[in-house]
Design a protein around this ligand. Structure first.
Ligand code: SAM
Length: 288
């Protein structure tokens, strides 16, 4: 299994063992540093998440942790110890390392005290059956990790039910994207689909598909979004929505603009749309 490969590769023969690692050239550290690359993340089916609170939230939401890494500063911290115990109870490994090693793994100057290696989770489109007034965001070939992370965070904030990644997109599990989600990557189901898969799934979806387009004929504020499931479809940063996806939309909405800019940043446009779509659903006292 991928799990066994991972352990073999990292030299961690026995799960559930706390290990102190001090050298940057240690093979376990090398394996963890390799997770900055998509190829290695995908091979192991894992990704890195930084920060104690975020890791606790992820565990509470049922995500599987394979390795917990904490720096010496975390030693004796009761929350870190609790997370370490939970990791071991689930058969994961715990590593105590220097701050320098955490900095190297996360490629940051001022690293967090704790980093977790979690199993990736992606859902299949066939499992998605939007109902009620649920909202999903479909992103066509999103390129920029910061945009994707920001969109995942914003979708979470408005109570959307998931993100559908269409075509070849930036990796939702990259350090940069995960960082930009501020933890929402653990709360927002991610779905991956090719354009053809999405178009075929769309035929059986009877709710509203709203695309956004710079040539959209409809002011986004005039569309009735309430009381039906909505798929909000956003175009690629450079090219916008391709014709097959644009034609699959029930409406093509535009956000009116003034000034010099031709278009809005993808994540900003998604935010503007989401808050309009969820206008009636969101109340000041319904947040947590
Ligand atoms: N050059 C691209 C084009 O011609 O479509 C610009 C794409 S824009 C940076 C990225 C995406 O954000 C668009 O595909 C669309 O989904 C959304 N977007 C940006 N500004 C928008 C606006 N004023 N109205 C509707 N959608 C907008």
């Amino acid at each position: 299994t991928r799990h066994e490969d991972y352990q073999r590769g990292s030299g961690l023969a026995r799960p559930g063992k706390v290990k102190e690692v001090t050298s940057l050239t240690n093979p376990i550290v090398k394996d963890l540093r390799a997770l900055a690359m998509k190829k290695f993340r995908d091979q192991q089916g894992v990704f890195l998440a930084e920060g104690l609170k975020l890791i606790i939230d992820a565990l509470d939401l049922g995500w599987t942790i394979r390795t917990l890494v904490y720096s010496k500063a975390g030693k004796g911290n009761s929350l870190v110890e609790q997370v370490a115990a939970r990791t071991i109870a689930k058969g994961g490994d715990v590593l105590e390392v220097s701050e320098k090693i955490i900095a190297a793994i996360t490629r940051r100057d001022n690293p967090q005290m704790v980093v977790g290696v979690f199993e990736q989770k992606v859902h299949s489109l066939s499992a998605i059956k939007p109902q009620g007034n649920e909202v999903y965001v479909a992103l066509d070939r999103v390129r920029d990790p910061g945009n994707l992370g920001t969109i995942i965070r914003t979708a979470d904030a408005v109570g959307a039910k998931g993100i559908i990644l269409i075509g070849d997109t930036t990796d939702p599990f990259s350090l940069e994207t995960v960082r930009a989600t501020m933890g929402s990557v653990f709360a927002m189901p991610l779905v991956r689909a090719t354009e053809a898969e999405f178009l075929s799934w769309r035929k059986s979806f009877s709710g509203l598909v709203v695309g956004t387009h710079l040539k959209g004929a409809v002011d986004y504020r005039t569309i009735p979004y309430a009381n039906k499931p909505v798929i909000l479809m956003m175009g690629n940063e450079q090219q916008g929505l391709p014709d097959p996806l644009a034609s699959a939309c029930d409406k093509l909405a535009r956000i009116p603009q003034e000034g010099r800019a031709d278009s809005l940043n993808l994540a900003i446009a998604t935010g503007v749309m989401l808050f309009e779509i969820r206008r009636d659903a969101l109340k000041l006292d319904s947040g947590t």
